[in-house]
Design a protein. Structure first.
Length: 155
């Protein structure tokens, strides 16, 4: 029995991180635009990657990703992705406590295996050049109201 336990612990110490084993070090990012046909340049993953929307690119989970979208006649749009700990990544990272120990946690932390990029998919509505920005027009603030005791009677 002791030999089995020691053997299991020895093998567990050699395993890579649990999130690395279950989720991998890369993920697919889907990119689309309205209208389609925009050139999306994905930076932050080594050499920039270009694709024409709709498309998908593979990036490392620990990369800081920025996507620039360009289309003739439209404003350039830039989307910066954030990294968050995924629920399944957190479970894999926590699995290191049982199987991978400190080495597994170090592998998962260095590889970003527990992370995922947001937003995914990246969906951008391109704005025609010279068009007003989307959203309501700014409102002029109203002057502050005076309390009834501060009002001056008109004569």
């Amino acid at each position: 029995m002791w030999f089995r336990l020691l053997g299991l612990l020895a093998v567990a110490g050699l395993l890579p991180g649990c999130a690395s084993a279950t989720r991998g070090w890369t993920e697919q990012i889907a990119v689309s635009s309205t209208p389609s046909g925009a050139v999306a340049t994905v930076a932050g993953n080594g050499e920039p990657i270009e694709c024409v929307t709709p498309c998908a690119v593979t990036v490392r989970r620990n990369s800081d990703i920025t996507i620039t979208m360009e289309k003739p006649g439209y404003e350039t749009e830039i989307v910066t992705l954030t990294k968050e700990i995924a629920a399944t990544g957190a479970a894999g990272f926590a699995g290191n406590l049982l199987l991978g120990g400190v080495p597994g946690m170090a592998v998962d932390a260095a590889s970003g295996a527990a992370l995922e990029h947001k937003p995914n998919p990246v969906i951008v509505t391109m704005r025609p050049r010279g068009a007003a920005p989307a959203g309501p027009a700014p409102r002029k603030p109203k002057p502050p109201r005076q309390a009834p005791s501060e009002q001056v009677p008109q004569t």
